[in-house]
Design a protein around this ligand. Structure first.
Ligand code: MRU
Length: 363
């Protein structure tokens, strides 16, 4: 996608410098910084500190992490994968990518592993970008039909209002994004879209990352507090919701950033279509009950008690927003049951959120 008019991805291997480069997402939207990850430890750190985040991008970063470890002479592929797997628990893409790396590398002589690991990491990155572009194409058809429908009912309508939660844009993937890919394609096809962006406390991925992405593409958007969505839906101001997923069960339950479930409930109550956009790599076919089976990440209380922003001098700084006398919990994700999901938008097309429909793409 574009940053200041220049095409860029979230992660890539720099052939000239023989290193992996990423965008440091902890500094956005105030600073756009490209940094180097050049060791297994730096790859693990980039994932845990959320310099890279978003289910697909975590998986690709882990794949490059395996390459860096092999290049630096780590002799156990399994130990390397165990370290990377422990960085974040909820997004299944991490395991998905590591399983592929393990099965490609384990049987190889150590001196051959680095080259194969780099090839595979590059290939997974390309495949992720292609999958997200295809998600965009399938989602575009839904948006185009909804816009047509809205215009037929109200020829004066000025735009199609889409609500999204967290950041499931290109920053969460290698390119294009999942939930935002259909929006980008709709905008480029001339459909007037307006995006309601949930700020997404505590880390503000909506206000910081989604809003920044939409600015870069020139797409109309409005940042709202996390609790505003239900009110907007009651007043007919949301035509559809599109969110991403960190893990989807074989039965169509979806696990996404904390707060997604409440949006789905409000959408259901107000008959607003609720779509989830995801690459097939996000489906965990071994799981059937999302609420019971998906591990939910709990992060540091500091993310709730403190906020990052610019001070009066324009310096990036953190301030404490509550006293330390209260206990804090920080659940990262929640599960939206399949019954609240209108459809799943994948690179292989649309699926109903149920076992029968997903059976067609089960491995
Ligand atoms: O904690 P994060 O920022 O990694 O959470 C990201 C999300 O919840 C996204 O919606 C999800 O990974 C889908 S991304 C295409």
């Amino acid at each position: 996608m574009q940053v200041n008019g220049k095409a860029i991805r979230t992660i890539w291997f720099d052939e000239a410098e023989q290193c992996v480069r990423i965008i440091d997402q902890t500094r956005l939207p105030h600073q756009f910084a490209i940094i180097v990850i050049n060791s297994l430890e730096q790859a693990c750190d980039a994932i845990t500190s959320m310099q890279v985040r978003g289910a697909p991008l975590i998986g690709i970063t882990a794949a490059y992490g395996v390459f860096l470890a092999m290049r630096d002479g780590h002799d156990s592929v399994r130990q390397v994968c165990t370290l990377l797997r422990a960085t974040r628990p909820t997004a299944v893409n991490l395991q998905w990518a590591l399983i592929q790396m393990e099965s490609a590398l384990c049987a190889l002589p150590p001196q051959e592993r680095a080259a194969i690991a780099l090839d595979l990491a590059n290939r997974l990155a390309e495949e992720d970008a292609a999958a997200c572009s295809a998600i965009g194409d399938h989602g575009l058809a839904i948006i185009a039909a909804a816009w047509q429908d809205k215009l037929e009912k109200n020829p004066e309508a000025s735009c199609l209002n889409i609500l999204t939660h967290c950041n499931a844009g290109w920053l969460a993937t290698v390119d294009w994004g999942t939930a935002l890919a259909p929006i980008y394609k709709a905008h480029r096809a001339g459909i007037p879209v307006h995006v309601w962006v949930d700020e997404t406390r505590p880390r503000n991925q909506g206000a910081f990352l989604t809003a920044w992405e939409l600015q870069q593409e020139g797409i109309a958007h409005t940042v709202i507090v996390d609790n505003a969505g239900g009110h907007l839906m009651q007043h007919g101001d949301v035509d559809m919701c599109i969110v991403g997923s960190d893990r989807t069960t074989a039965s169509g339950d979806v696990c996404n950033k904390i707060g997604t479930y409440l949006k789905a409930l409000a959408a259901f109550d107000n008959e607003v279509p609720f779509y989830v956009a995801l690459p097939v790599s996000t489906i965990d076919f071994a799981l059937h009950n999302g609420v019971k089976e998906i591990p939910i990440e709990q992060r540091h209380a500091h993310e709730v008690s403190h906020m990052q922003g610019l001070d009066a001098q324009g310096q990036l700084t953190k301030v404490q927003v509550m006293t330390q006398a209260s206990a804090v919990s920080n659940y990262g994700f929640d599960v939206t049951p399949a019954r609240l999901v209108t459809a799943l938008i994948t690179e292989k097309g649309l699926f109903d959120a149920n076992k029968e429909s997903l059976q067609a793409i089960a491995p």
